[in-house]
Design a protein around this ligand. Structure first.
Ligand SMILES: *Cc1c(COP(=O)(O)O)cnc(C)c1O
Length: 396
């Protein structure tokens, strides 16, 4: 039986390869951080991790993970409604809710699961889900699992959103769903306008803060803080796998009844294990640290502004960004790959993106700044970009 399928798989793999779309993964042989070793190279500076606050190898976070593992063990071996979780899981859920200024939160093993499990229990065939076209894959998959009527508007296009809202007036409930920060451009969703439209057309609002939490807003509380809308959106999802230490885990933060119903009906929560104690211990420490001081976030903002300023002054074309994601526009697909490879030779680890990950002729190198980067490391990155940019005629 397998022979027939094996032939088909080999042909599929070859067609991916022939289209130049085969994803090859690099191997990191150190802890995640500003400076890492990749594929047996010398040390390189990492500008492509979601380690925004530099917490992935933070000593306090590591110590907290170890301490929780010593006191509460390694794993849960448990589905919550069948055999429970630890008190510390509840403490973490409260810490997350408090961070975002909403009633309560519910943990999942990944934000992919949080998004996969949020729509189906809340929105049925008589409802409407109105989604930004550039929303994360996990939102798209989550929406597919619901029977609600689906609407889609072009990225951050408020005119199209308003048209969708008008069309959806016959439905029982409407929810507008958006990423907080869009990961390829680094732009922020216009949440002020989205919330104004939601009010006018009687809709709920859901924001996925995965790339914005810890980063955007005066103290990094995300786009709801940036727009002074703390506590005013109905549902927030997010990940523990990016700014908050980068381990794993996801959450939905929402009004009390929403969280309560998700605990009853959300399938990735009901039929899956919960995050392990060391992740809970580390995450509790992260939220404690972020409550104590805004230093890491302030440093990230400073680093991002500095890097953006230096790169723009050097003559690079950077997309307007309000996050720690900076898209260095090159437009040409091949150039984005060749330049990223040359930059790696210069000790700078970045990734080039091209169609279909970004629109045709919009190829770019995406740079992700971290609070862990030193000023000298940022300068080293800019200098390498300038050298390689000149070599390829991107800079005069
Ligand atoms: C990274 C990301 C996710 C997935 O988070 P995981 O916890 O790694 O599953 C979901 N949504 C958005 C917008 C993301 O950027």
């Amino acid at each position: 039986m397998y022979g027939k399928m094996q032939n088909w798989l080999a042909a599929e793999l070859k067609s991916i390869e022939d289209a130049g779309l085969y994803k090859r993964e690099r191997l990191i042989t150190t802890a995640q951080g500003a400076q890492i070793k990749v594929n047996g190279t010398q040390d390189v500076l990492n500008f492509c991790a979601n380690n925004y606050l530099g917490l992935s190898d933070n000593p306090r976070v590591i110590a907290a993970a170890k301490a929780m593992m010593d006191s509460r063990g390694y794993g849960m071996s448990s589905v919550r409604f069948i055999c429970g979780t630890q008190d510390r899981h509840r403490d973490l859920e409260k810490a997350i809710a408090n961070y975002f200024g909403l009633d309560d939160s519910i943990l999942y093993v990944a934000c992919f699961d949080a998004n996969g499990g949020v729509f189906e229990p809340l929105f049925g065939a008589e409802d409407a889900i109105i989604s930004d076209a550039l929303n994360h894959a996990s939102i798209i998959d989550g929406v597919r699992l619901s029977k609600a009527k689906r609407y889609r508007y072009a990225n951050a296009n408020m005119e199209e959103l308003e048209n969708c809202l008008k069309e959806a007036q016959a439905q029982r409930f409407r929810v507008i769903v958006t990423d907080g920060v869009f990961s390829m451009d680094g732009n922020v969703a216009p949440l002020d306008k989205i919330c104004a439209l939601a009010k006018r057309y009687d809709a709920l609002v859901m924001v996925d803060e995965s790339h914005s939490a810890g980063v955007v807003g005066k103290t990094g509380r995300g786009v709801t803080e940036l727009y002074n809308l703390r506590g005013e959106v109905d549902i927030i999802t997010g990940t523990l796998g990016k700014a908050f230490g980068g381990g794993c885990g996801g959450f939905t933060v929402a009004r009390q009844e929403i969280v309560d119903l998700l605990r009853q009906r959300s399938r990735p929560y009901l039929f899956s294990n919960s995050v392990p104690p060391p992740v809970v211990g580390a995450s509790l420490e992260v939220f404690k640290m972020l409550g104590e001081s805004n230093e890491l976030h302030a440093h990230l903002m400073e680093n991002t502004a500095y890097f953006q300023e230096k790169m723009t002054a050097a003559g690079f074309d950077i997309k307007p960004s309000q996050s720690a994601i900076l898209a260095v526009m090159l437009y040409d697909a091949k150039l984005s790959q060749v330049m990223a490879a040359d930059l790696l030779d210069e000790g700078i680890y970045v990734t080039g993106f091209y169609y279909p990950v970004v629109p045709k002729d919009q190829a770019r190198i995406r740079v992700q700044v971290s609070a862990a980067h030193t000023r000298a490391q940022l300068d080293q990155c800019v200098a390498a970009f300038v050298k390689i940019g000149r070599k390829h005629g991107v800079l005069k």
